[in-house]
Design a protein around this ligand. Sequence first.
Ligand SMILES: [Zn+2]
Ligand SMILES: [Zn+2]
Length: 426
Amino acid sequence: MSGDDKTIPDIARAILDEGLICDHCLGRQFAKLSTGLTNRERGAAIRLVLAMTADMAGTGDDDEPMHPDLRIPERCWVCNGIFEELDLWASRAIDAIGGREYETFLVGTRLSGLLSENEELLWEAVGTDHAEPLKSEINREVGKLIASAAGKEVNFTEPDIVCLLEIAEGTVQLQIRSEYICGRYQKLVRGIPQTRWHCRECRGAGCERCGFTGKMYQESVDELISARVVEAMDAADTTFHGAGREDIDALMLGDGRPFVLEVNEPGKRKTDLERLEQEINVYCEGKVAVSGLRFVDHQTVRNLKGARHDKVYLATISCARVDRDTLVLGLDEITGMIRQRTPTRVTHRRADLVRKRTVRSALLESFSGDSAVVRIECEAGLYVKELISGDSGRTVPSLAGVVGADVVVTELDVVEVMDARDVIGE
Ligand SMILES: [Zn+2]
Ligand SMILES: [Zn+2]
């Protein structure tokens, strides 16, 4: 049914004909018509107008009254009396938040099946031309109560905490906005991955192979940094976002690699990052060091993930059958465009295809007969170990290929991640 050619009293009578209804639910059906009133005030006003016009029409008439039953019900059939319980919902939300730090919040409501159905039944009968959904009113009214009781602000775009009222369960679920800390890390030992790795056998559940830890490696850069952050910010956990990653057996030196640590469900939102940085560096001493910690917004994660950084590597190579001059000439030959088919060691997790990548420079740093250290500056995504070894002809040219002998990387360190400053806003 449409309310197009019906007056407000006509629609109001139709609503009341469906059953006894509270002022909130009556007023909400006309929410789009006037501002500056609550639905309850609007509902009471409409009820008053109907009462006055009914009295004028009905005096001295013996027939059935033409006006509907205007009594306010004990329990409204639409909302089932939920507007009597707004204080209870507000205090449930405040209890659920507990001692967590927050400045802004937002209320959401998951209606019970019964309430959704009641609203649908009413709308089917009288139309929705001027109506506001039941949820919106609950969200707004509970929001006002929390704001005044807790002294916090409602924020629609990026609230610190969303309180989801589960009407059927009588509980409040929280969604807590993450905080983001960016910085740079150095990895000072070999053999630890950047992020947590689940055990391949048990996928994290714990088994004999992993000594019931659920992990492939007992430590990671991520976990070493995370421990003190979780403690300082009373967080549930952290998620590590790196600007690329080095191999497990490679060091990350120089100024370090940019990263963003997402702090999940923080109980504290402000912390002295200078002090936290010191604490992390004491905790990880000799393994990992962090610097330049700052709070950033979640957009920084996207920038970090999307950016591709050129790198500078120091590679120690074994090159027993190659003399110094041949090596220098060879390094010169592998400078420029490289065609690199996905290395055999990663084909199980990466598509097998040929990439073109540029080696910007390849220079001999030191030479000691059996081994040498070379400094390679190259484009993001180039596999340096294969640039040296040739990977059975999958990388062309390669150092092994151009010098005509076996040459392999024995140690690889990242010494610089280029152009990362704009990404994390340094
Ligand atoms: Zn109601
Ligand atoms: Zn396992």
